[in-house]
Design a protein around this ligand. Structure first.
Ligand SMILES: Nc1ncnc2c1ncn2[C@@H]1O[C@H](COP(=O)(O)OP(=O)(O)OP(=O)(O)O)[C@@H](O)[C@H]1O
Ligand SMILES: [Mg+2]
Length: 264
């Protein structure tokens, strides 16, 4: 895939930079598909720092962060996990969706993230690993409405004193972002699709609908148009059909909106 330029529409890069220079870890909060991961990648690229990422889930274990003992040809060694590696190298550690993990996994992070920036490798030699000077940590959380997410324990929250909110952008900004991913033709239809997306987002916000489309959907719509699909069809495939998951009534509500915006 070709590399897409990131549009820093709310100056988040600058905030990340200031936090980095001050050695303050950052938490990015926002719903799915608002550009959290792209922002961190862009920042790592700008800083020319190596990025180590981990996506948290219920299945993430302490060993993914710290490491595991391995046995090869009769000798036991310790395969260091992503947290330890990033501390040794002074990399940018990206903890994605940190609030999807089990609490016990997070406990161990507390130790590394406190002001001393060090951790005792009690599972191997007991060595105390001290983070290299430039070690930096950015975490993301999805808002609590997101299924499977839990509240972050306050002591862990306090390890990330700089918090960036990333919401869906204003319509004109979303258009600029979509245009970075598509040809630039079909602007009128893309503007319509963004309006549709925002209508659905607002309905989802007040729980009239079960799903809120993200930037991924408005970008996908533009790509299908580039491929020659009719706007009405693209709107159904990208925005409409997903709602059948919650039954015909839910689907019909959205289908009516699509017809009123894109014709039948
Ligand atoms: N500011 C932006 N400039 C260019 N592209 C963007 C921007 N914001 C979002 N995108 C695009 O929107 C899509 C979703 O972005 P991304 O994956 O970074 O979101 P996310 O918040 O990490 O999503 P999730 O919560 O699902 O992990 C990607 O294709 C990304 O390239
Ligand atoms: Mg992401």
């Amino acid at each position: 895939m070709e590399e897409v330029q990131y549009l820093d529409w709310n100056n988040s890069i600058d905030i990340l930079k200031k936090a980095y220079d001050a050695g303050l870890f950052v938490l990015i909060i926002g719903p799915k598909g608002t550009g959290k991961t792209s922002l961190v990648r862009e920042f790592a690229k700008n800083q020319c720092t190596n990025l180590e990422s981990i996506n948290f889930s219920l299945r993430t274990r302490e060993s993914h962060l710290i490491g595991t003992k391995t046995l090869t040809e009769g000798t036991v060694s310790f395969d260091e996990g992503i947290l330890i590696k990033s501390m040794r190298e002074g990399d940018l550690l990206y903890l994605d969706e940190i609030n999807s993990a089990e609490a016990d996994v997070l406990l161990r992070l507390d130790e590394a993230l406190d002001d001393r920036r060090q951790i005792a490798l009690k599972e191997s030699t007991g060595e105390v690993v001290k983070a290299k000077e430039n070690w930096f940590v950015v975490a993301t959380i999805n808002p609590l409405t997101h299924s499977g997410t839990k509240e972050l324990p306050p002591q862990l929250l306090s390890r990330f004193p700089v918090r960036i909110r990333l919401e869906y952008p204003p319509e004109d900004v979303e258009l600029e972002i979509v245009k970075k991913h598509v040809s630039g033709e079909h602007e009128t239809e893309i503007v319509q699709a963004i309006k549709l997306a925002n209508t659905l987002r607002q309905a989802a916000a007040v729980e009239e609908l079960f799903y809120s489309p993200s930037l991924r959907e408005t970008i996908a719509f533009g790509k299908l148009l580039d491929g020659g699909m009719a706007p009405k069809d693209a709107a159904n495939f990208v925005f409409g059909n997903v709602y059948t998951q919650w039954g015909n009534i839910e689907y019909q509500k959205v289908s009516d909106i699509i017809t009123s915006m894109f014709g039948s």
